[in-house]
Design a protein around this ligand. Structure first.
Ligand code: NAD
Ligand code: MG
Length: 362
């Protein structure tokens, strides 16, 4: 079992990563002062519930907890105000009070939604994260919780830190391969912004990761969560440093918008985005090895590293202009200056970006 701490003063919390942790969940709940007198509500989705809900519920009940579970439909559409309203209704009917906790069993969709339920129910109750995707190493750490509005993603939300994060590596065994790869894209991102040795490790162990070796996954998630935790503890509410977590996201978000959100997974879009940023960085003098290693590592993990021909560069450009990271006529990018190191530049000529997108098609 691996453990690390997100250091946020009074709101600090641990992340536990290991095999079979859900089968001893109640001891973690107890250790972290989750009340047995007030009911808990587990929020999960239908796909995850089929594998993991019954054993978890049984385990918690055997430990003396009163457990209500709410099952939402899988998919991003569940991150909505309507669903928030429904879950608040369920929480009231189940008798959740100020001492209760909301438990997120799932990936980023469940985590963001459940976290926002916890942040808003009775002005905020306790929250526990039980991540079941690789992407969730990112979403379960840092306390950003939200639902979507038809006009914008993640626009209704809060900062609400969990009591603890319990990451059971066994749950990843049932994750579809495409979701595995997409999650690994953010893992590599955490290396690229902070830890060169870890990027080397990812390149070397790409096959172990894709084969879901618990050892490799445990190490990679520990490293990935560790970078996220350090960045978040230095900038909890995104005043500055936290922006480096957006490496690959300027191009990535634009690609998601152009492709339609169901065609490219987020991790796939930012994989192409990270290769693009490394290419752009070369124009500011970054060594070509940075670009080459970025591309090689992501490709070894089965991620896309070229811009598919069908995406129109003009459309991607205009999607980028609408993105919030395009401020007052200057394009803002997180650019790698070396492997493991990035800088935020606000002076990117629009033409250079266009050129890079053209080059990304080759
Ligand atoms: P997801 O939660 O939709 O999960 C992906 C798919 O895998 C779903 O179909 C899900 O049902 C299935 N699944 C999950 N765990 C499984 C398992 N163990 N076995 C089998 N199937 C499983 O997607 P995600 O990629 O985990 O998260 C994406 C969301 O995270 C987005 O809404 C994004 O906005 C959010 N996010 C939030 C933050 C943050 O800081 N809060 C950061 C990054 C992403
Ligand atoms: Mg992301």
């Amino acid at each position: 079992m691996r453990e690390l701490t997100v250091d946020l003063g009074e709101r600090s919390y641990p992340i536990y990563i290991g095999e079979g942790l859900l089968s001893e969940a109640s001891s973690y709940f107890q250790r972290h002062g989750i009340s047995k007198r007030s009911p808990l509500m587990i929020i999960t989705n239908d796909e995850i519930a089929a594998h993991y809900l019954a054993p978890l519920q049984t385990e918690l009940e055997a430990g003396g907890y009163r457990v209500h579970s709410a099952i939402i439909p899988a998919g991003e559409n569940s991150k909505s105000l309507d669903m928030l309203g429904e879950l608040v209704g369920e929480a009231l009917e189940a008798g959740l009070d100020r001492k209760s906790a909301i438990v997120a069993l799932g990936g980023g969709v469940v985590g963001d939604l459940a976290g926002f339920v916890a942040a808003s129910y009775m002005r905020g109750i306790k929250f526990v994260q039980l991540p079941t995707t690789i992407l969730a190493h990112d979403s379960s750490v840092g306390g950003k919780v939200a639902v979507n509005h038809p006009l914008a993603k993640n626009i209704i939300g809060a900062f609400h830190q969990p009591e603890f994060v319990l990451y059971d590596l066994y749950t990843l065994q049932t994750l579809p391969l495409r979701e595995v790869k997409a999650g690994l894209s953010e893992v590599v991102k955490h290396g690229l912004i902070w830890d060169a040795e870890f990027v080397d490790w990812c390149e070397k162990h790409a096959n172990d990761l894709l084969a879901l070796s618990p050892d490799a996954l445990g190490y990679a998630l520990h490293k990935g969560c560790g970078v996220k935790a350090v960045v978040v503890s230095q900038d909890e509410t995104e005043q500055g440093l936290r922006a480096i977590l957006n490496l690959g996201h300027t191009i990535g978000h634009a690609l998601e918008a152009v492709a339609g959100y169901n065609e490219l997974l987020h991790g796939e879009a930012i994989s192409i985005g990270m290769v693009g940023s490394a290419r752009l960085a070369m124009k500011f003098g970054a060594p070509s090895q940075v670009y080459e290693q970025t591309k090689r590592t992501l490709a070894k993990l089965g991620l896309p590293v070229v811009l598919p021909e069908k995406y129109d560069v003009d459309k991607v450009m205009s999607a980028m202009m609408h993105d919030k990271k395009f401020a007052e006529g200057t394009m803002v990018f997180v650019l790698p200056t070396a492997i493991g190191k990035v800088e935020i530049r606000r002076d990117i000529p629009v033409d250079w970006v266009r050129e890079v997108l053209e080059q990304l098609k080759l």
